[in-house]
Design a protein around this ligand. Structure first.
Ligand code: 1PR
Length: 529
């Protein structure tokens, strides 16, 4: 069988291709409109911005063949925007371009007090008995990443709903046409099973109505791999103590990136983050080994992958310029779902706060415009600066701390750094997070240089200060030493995820133990892959 894939050029379709190939099938990409009508089974993964998706579908003359294919009830699986495209239009689209309109209803932005985008592993309430869900455990969670959701007019198309403060429609099915808001290709073994059912089940049509309740949104546990070339030139996973990755003069070598990522996937990591920590010096598109790491990892790892390090504009040695968008696009094509921006975000925020103007040309704005806000993570590397009174740092977000400074100072602010913590800037972490959210970032990865590699627990005061200032999800990072530290984050802050590196690399605390510990404390986690 040949599975036809509609790739309109945005986001990571490599994982879908890898999943289908893992299921023993070959992918044929759509290269011209007639390929759509020739398809036996059509997969349409969409990521990013609704308006640019519809514009591209129109430009490529895909709308009419898609409508014809769908009206004939031929097998179709739309993922995320690929499902939203089935409806009549979206609040994210101001262009007036024609959408597919096969199902009645529209796409609306979340109206919730919870973080938007809705990112993470959430359950589904099953409304129909469908062959698509055959063999999928009922309490399974799937990976969601979106700010908009569909509101169908016709209830009979609803296959599942999901709770995120309120109940929204998370998948639809009518005959052979299936669409999911969540990403099966990023949802571990259960998601792969869903795709397997779509490919192999002879009769896809849903039978009777049912009402089976699923679980809620999980707190995510993320494994982070700092990657760089060691002195022998091999790409290794390393780990610093307060960002110093050398021990007795040598770069610490804690393993091979592809192997470690696979191990963490199998152990239940909800996401994997790679930070290319030499990225601030080298031109990343010349850094082919890192691209190779992503390509190889995405062959076997079906959870979201983030890559950071060196996402900014470049001029190479021949004088050719590349934008941060070019760099990010290459990473998305290689298997990344999100990019994380560190130093460049600080410079962008400084300019934005100085001028009050959005240029539209910054890496944050450009990448989020094309790939969606959820694809842009801001990695913050702050350090504590102690002060005796808030008056001493009037222009910064100062907090009263429970952990006084060396001279008994009762207050501190968190100073941003660039270039892997080597250079400090006159900007605080709260101001940076707010500015980047304004500019279109979808998530914050909140490191802490004081805590990094110390195993002494996360900096809860920092996490609360940033989390309370933004409405996008925050990943707490730096300092994890034991299971209890993760519980402290989720019980004392409203961070959506916690990230650790050292304890996982050194096998001090398995991911499964962290999840079991949290589950015993009634903190919602995703059980297995
Ligand atoms: O500035 O856009 O090129 O991005 C560079 C990226 O590389 C940034 O995200 C920055 O955080 C990261 N980075 C740069 N230098 C280092 C270093 O260690 N020398 N690593 C570095 C930062 C921090 C965390 C770490 C947690 C958890 N790594 O991500 O994994 O602190 O550690 P722990 O659980 O062991 O405490 P740009």
């Amino acid at each position: 069988m040949i599975i036809t894939l509609l790739d309109y050029g945005a986001g990571n379709v490599r994982s879908v291709v890898n999943a289908v190939e893992k299921l023993g099938q070959t992918i044929k990409p759509v290269t011209r409109p007639s390929d759509i009508l020739d398809a036996e089974k059509l997969l349409f993964p969409g990521v990013g911005n609704y308006e640019s998706m519809i514009r591209i579908l129109n430009e490529k003359n895909y709308i009419l063949p898609l409508q014809e294919y769908l009206k004939a009830d031929r097998p179709f699986f739309g993922i995320c925007l690929g499902m939203q495209a089935l409806f009549e239009g979206s609040e994210e689209d101001f262009s007036g371009n024609e959408s597919l309109g096969v199902f009645k209803g529209r796409v609306k932005r979340f109206t919730t007090r919870l973080a938007v985008p809705h990112i993470g592993w959430n359950g589904v309430n099953l409304k129909k008995e469908s062959p698509v869900f055959t063999g999928v455990p009922l309490d399974t969670k799937f990976y969601f990443v979106h700010s908009y959701h569909i509101v169908p007019e016709d209830e009979s198309v609803v296959l599942t709903t999901t709770n995120y403060e309120y109940e929204f429609v998370s998948s639809v099915q009518k005959g052979n046409i299936i669409g999911t808001q969540f990403h099966p290709e990023k949802s571990g073994t259960a998601g792969i099973k869903l795709l397997e059912n779509f490919i192999y089940q002879k009769d896809l049509s849903a039978k009777k109505a049912i009402d089976i309740k699923g679980k809620g949104l999980s707190k995510r546990i993320i494994a982070c791999l700092d990657v760089r070339a060691n002195d022998q030139g091999d790409l290794v996973v390393t780990k610093g103590d307060q960002y110093d990755v050398r021990q007795k003069g040598n770069v610490r070598n804690l393993g091979k990136p592809v192997e470690l990522a696979k191990r963490y996937y199998e152990e239940g990591a909800d996401e994997i983050t790679f930070l290319n920590i030499t990225g601030f010096r080298d031109f990343p598109l010349k850094d082919l080994p890192m691209i190779d790491v992503l390509e190889k990892t995405s062959q076997n790892v079906f959870v979201p992958l983030t890559i950071g390090g060196g996402i900014r504009d470049y001029t190479d040695s021949n004088g050719k310029t590349y934008t941060a968008l070019d760099v990010a696009s290459q990473y998305f094509r290689s298997g990344a779902d999100k990019v994380s921006i560190g130093s460049d975000a600080v410079y962008i925020a400084e300019l934005y706060l100085q001028t009050g103007k959005k240029t539209g040309t910054s890496s944050i704005e450009q990448i989020s415009k094309v790939y969606g806000n959820q694809a842009v993570v801001i990695s913050i590397d702050p350090k504590r600066v102690y002060v005796t009174s808030p008056e001493d740092a009037k222009e910064h977000h100062v907090i009263k701390t429970r952990f006084p400074g060396p001279n008994d100072e009762a207050y501190c602010w968190y100073q941003c750094t660039v270039q892997g913590g080597r250079t400090t800037r006159n900007l605080d972490a709260v101001a940076l997070a707010k500015a980047c959210q304004d500019l279109g970032a979808g998530e914050i990865l909140l490191n802490c240089i004081d805590k990094d590699g110390t195993n002494s627990g996360f900096d809860l005061e920092l996490i609360n200060a940033v989390k309370n200032a933004v409405s996008i999800p925050v990943i707490a990072s730096s300092g994890a030493g034991c299971e209890e530290h993760f519980a402290q984050v989720f019980e004392n802050t409203s961070a959506e995820a916690a990230l650790a590196a050292g304890i996982f690399h050194r096998k001090e605390v398995p991911i499964l133990n962290v999840k079991t510990y949290l589950a015993n404390r009634n903190i919602e986690v995703r059980a297995t892959i």
